[in-house]
Design a binder for this molecule. Structure first.
Ligand code: ADP
Ligand code: F6P
Length: 523
């Protein structure tokens, strides 16, 4: 089965039906932060300066209905609300659409779109970014493909992004330049050549693998030099950061580079600081969704649809890193072991279409849909609803919040995930809605470091995973509430506003001026 067994009433009742990621109006928190009072309460050196963000995607894209909607993925979820509270500009690919709005909705941040040719999109974005670097950085769980023409296109595209950022910096000379993610790892060095004293930060939204895996990349030295053009190179976890430092020593040690503590000393005398900074969500915004009437209506409709069943939820970009197949197989084992659950439990997978013109993603979609069909074929009881529901589409944050509030448990089972924001959104909405939902969370996510009260799981052990789901379902409501409260508090305190303030302060303070403690190289 490749669609829901019946129309989800929530589709019609939350936000605009058929709308994907509708751009939310600024939350109370975000709009307050724009006012002088709230801003000065959280002021840091970096908060005062304009920011030029550089990322592959701009935060808005043209939706199927022709309107503008939020682009998919955690990077946009995190950066959009904070960029809206800083003056500056956002440089990114236009996604092939024309007529991009001049500013980010509800803010003065200028959107500076970059047009790429079809060949550049094929070789830089689909090829090098998503078929070479993405699998490589995700522990090579799919085999990275190494193609010279893709590398050349990556270099060319990085030059284009860097030029655009430099032009924006020339208009705003006091700006902090903040480059994001694996698509643009050459950009810091390219900008550094043109603007030698500008503070430049880089944040990697995905993991950094062990030095052995990284060493497979034919262009491993160039990528590292590219990143080391920044003053600050930041990661979600210490594990990724230390892997990066070890890669630097292994690949560039012979060129005179040294690692001291968390800093990298370059042969030219510059110092690059590394930082661990787990990204987060706008917790205030997500908590406020829980009380919006349209979200409550949506939750009510979902609860009605799944009345009499315990609702297990999955929500991801359709990506092979997310462990969706393992999740489905674990649900299948659960239903196999517990015949009564075939009518008392429902599993709903929400999947946002992603990179569907990359071979591995197309194949994944086919496999997921085969499993959904097979499991429903095996376990649907005559006269009863199917146990597995599957929506292949983007939803607005409010629509997602309605599902988060209705779900008794969220299954977050990536084989590897830099952070994972979906689990942070879930605990925030559940807590704000007064729920007692359980979180099953892969220990191979960056989020597992922070959300240790979750039911942690190893998704490579599918049978073990099915028992962890069982365990989560069986938890007493008080135990669930206690865990939920602790996790929601962690997300509330360490929200994306705290993350951005910390990062901008560090970049503004110029990484190079941070004292370097004497310590040996990590091996
Ligand atoms: P990634 O960045 O790899 O996609 P994250 O979990 O960090 O993973 O972020 C995913 C983002 O996508 C979250 O902010 C979540 O709200 C959003 N999302 C998840 N499912 C959907 C969906 N069906 N439609 C739209 N957005 C979704
Ligand atoms: O957060 C990880 C990430 O890869 C972002 O860098 C990216 O923007 C997002 O997921 C969505 O992927 P894409 O831009 O390829 O659609």
């Amino acid at each position: 089965m490749t669609g829901p067994a019946r129309n989800s009433p929530a589709q019609g009742s939350t936000a605009q039906s058929g709308t994907a990621r509708r751009i939310p109006a600024q939350s109370n928190r975000s709009s307050q932060a724009q006012s002088g009072t709230a801003k000065s309460a959280r002021a840091t050196p970096g908060d005062d300066r304009p920011v030029i963000a550089v990322s592959n995607r701009l935060p808005v894209q043209r939706g199927e209905d022709g309107g503008w909607e939020l682009s998919p993925g955690g990077l946009v979820t995190a950066l959009r609300p904070v960029m809206a509270t800083h003056p500056g500009a956002w440089v990114g690919w236009d996604g092939g659409t024309k007529g991009m709005p001049a500013t980010l909705p509800d803010s003065t941040v200028r959107l500076l779109p970059i047009a790429l040719s079809a060949a550049q999109v094929r070789d830089y974005y689909r090829g090098f970014a998503n078929a070479t670097m993405w699998p490589l950085l995700h522990n090579a769980i799919e085999k990275p493909r190494f193609e010279r023409p893709w590398w050349h296109a990556y270099q060319e595209a990085n030059h284009i992004f860097a030029e655009r950022a430099v032009a924006a910096a020339e208009e705003q000379p006091d700006a902090i330049i903040w480059v994001h993610d694996y698509h643009l790892m050459l950009v810091p060095q390219l900008i550094r050549h043109r603007r030698p004293v500008e503070p430049i930060g880089f944040f990697l939204h995905v993991p950094w693998p062990s030095p052995d895996i990284y060493a497979r990349l034919p262009w491993r030295e160039q990528i590292l030099w590219g990143l080391l053009g920044a003053d600050v190179v930041a990661f979600h976890t210490d594990e990724y950061r230390l892997n990066f430092l070890r890669s630097c020593v292994r690949q560039l040690g012979d060129f005179g580079l040294e690692v001291r503590g968390s800093s990298v000393l370059l042969p030219d005398g510059r110092t690059v600081v590394t930082s661990t900074a787990p990204i987060s969500i706008d917790a205030g915004e997500f908590a406020s969704f829980a009380t919006e009437p349209e979200v409550k209506d949506g939750t009510g409709a979902i609860e009605e649809q799944f009345a009499g069943r315990l609702l297990l939820l999955g929500a991801d970009r359709l990506d092979y890193t997310k462990g969706i197949i393992e999740r489905l197989l674990a649900v299948e084992m659960l239903l196999e072991r517990n015949p009564e659950m075939r009518t008392s439990v429902a599993f709903l997978q929400l999947a946002v279409p992603s990179r569907d013109d990359v071979r591995e993603y197309r194949q994944l979609r086919g496999t997921v849909e085969q499993h959904v069909g097979r499991i429903n074929g095996r376990f649907t009881q005559p006269g009863s609803d199917v146990p597995v529901h599957y929506l292949y589409r983007g939803l607005s944050p409010q629509q997602l919040a309605a599902y988060y509030a209705a779900a008794d448990a969220l299954l977050v089972t990536p084989l590897i995930d830099g952070m994972n924001l979906v689990c942070k959104e879930y605990v925030t909405v559940q807590q704000a809605a007064g729920g007692s939902g359980a979180l099953v969370l892969s220990e191979f996510t960056g989020a597992a470091v922070e959300l240790s009260q979750a039911v942690l799981c190893n998704p490579f052990d599918v049978e073990g995973l099915s028992y962890r789901i069982d365990q989560a379902i069986a938890l007493k409501p008080e135990a669930r509430r206690k865990a939920l409260a602790a996790m929601a508090e962690q997300v509330r305190v360490h929200d994306v506003h705290a993350w951005v303030s910390g990062q901008l302060a560090l970049i503004a303070a110029r990484g190079a001026s941070v004292p370097v403690p004497p310590a040996g190289n990590p091996r």
